[in-house]
Design a protein around this ligand. Structure first.
Ligand code: MN3
Length: 210
């Protein structure tokens, strides 16, 4: 069965002024939709290679036929990453330091980073142009021992491709911020923290999977 573009869980203007409506419309309706379309086109050649779940599909890239593997990596990754990204955002969820991590995630954050501020600084640094050159994502990952770590991936690669579990992702492709922030990626990242859905991050931490 063909993959479909999921609806945004809020309005296109819900993340204003931090992420603007026009960016959300283009990012969701055009960019994400193109990943879905191109993923379906690739899988038409090998429908038997599709487990029917995009997270599972990109976790098992080595089983995907070679002639569509790059297309599945880029477009399956793009579909999985963006589907998660929309859920990681919520209106005004972290404004003014008003984050609700819940007990388990709060403890893991303190253990791994000392404080939430320090986690944000480290993830911001991982996503900054000096560290992540070009297009990609920065991730908060939960390890099998329940500890947290931060890493960046290029293009539309996902930590799922390496058997890792992301619980927060930050898109730093230019299409995610260029209309409003132009070349100021760091400014976009700093504003991103105002709309992180920490309740969803906590839920993913507690369930131990994406
Ligand atoms: Mn994007």
């Amino acid at each position: 069965m063909a993959y479909e573009l999921p609806a945004l869980p809020y309005g296109y203007d819900a993340l204003e002024p931090y992420i603007d409506e026009e960016t959300m419309r283009l990012h969701h309706d055009k960019h994400h939709n193109t990943y879905v379309t191109n993923l379906n086109v690739a899988l038409e050649k090998h429908p038997e290679a599709d487990p029917g779940n995009v997270d599972v599909l990109i976790s098992e890239l080595d089983t995907v036929p070679e002639d569509i593997r790059t297309a599945v990596r880029n477009n399956g990754g793009g579909h999985a990453n963006h589907s998660m990204f929309w859920q990681m955002l919520a209106p005004n969820s972290g404004v003014g330091g008003d984050e609700d991590l819940g007990e388990d995630l709060a403890e893991a954050v303190t253990w791994g980073f000392g404080s939430l501020e320090s986690l944000k600084e480290q993830l911001t640094a991982a996503a900054a142009p000096g560290a992540l050159f070009g297009s990609g994502w920065a991730w908060l990952i939960v390890n099998p021992d329940r500890s947290l770590s931060i890493e960046a991936t290029a293009n539309q690669d996902s930590p799922l491709m390496e058997g890792k579990t992301p619980i927060l992702g930050l898109d730093v492709w230019e299409h995610a911020y260029y209309l409003k922030y132009r070349n100021r990626r760091l400014e976009y990242i700093n504003e991103f923290w105002n709309v992180v859905n920490w309740g969803e991050v906590a839920r993913r931490y507690e369930s131990g999977h994406s």
